[in-house]
Design a protein. Structure first.
Length: 148
């Protein structure tokens, strides 16, 4: 499967969030062609500020693996991760990040901060942005337009 194929899975997760009236962001973690964990935003439903899509996917993957280190894994997320989420990805030793649309308000990879590139961290992950960017952005815009 390609990055686009896995991003389509992340978009499916984001659509689940949309249907639950959550900000539509989805994430999928993959290693060696196997999905280790999936997740979508559940902040409102769980009343948990940490229940971002990336965190939910990390929790599922770590539980599935029985370990917190996700060395060799790639995470696909529809929107650029925030500070909390990129920090968690670094802590979990995720190897690669693929995201859809940048987040000019909270993005911590290329928009507001560049935490994945910070040489002071003991682990850095590579990243690729813009995979299914239009689809990811349109889902977010549709969600917020409906809220107004």
């Amino acid at each position: 499967m390609t990055d686009k194929d896995y991003m389509l899975l992340a978009l499916e997760e984001a659509k689940k969030a949309y249907l639950e009236d959550e900000v539509p962001i989805g994430a999928v973690i993959v290693r060696e062609g196997k999905v280790l964990g999936k997740g979508y935003n559940k902040k409102e439903g769980l009343q948990d500020a940490t229940a971002h899509a990336e965190i939910m996917a990390l929790r599922a993957a770590m539980k599935n693996q029985g370990a917190w280190r996700l060395t060799g894994a790639t995470i696909y997320v529809t929107i650029e991760p925030c500070v909390m989420c990129i920090g968690a990805l670094i802590q979990a030793r995720v190897e690669r990040l693929v995201f859809g649309a940048p987040d000019p308000k909270f993005g911590a990879v290329v928009s507001l901060h560049k935490l994945a590139d910070d040489e002071r961290h003991n682990h850095r992950l590579s990243y690729t942005g813009g995979v299914l960017e239009d689809e990811s952005r349109e889902l977010m815009q549709s969600f917020f337009k409906a809220k107004r």
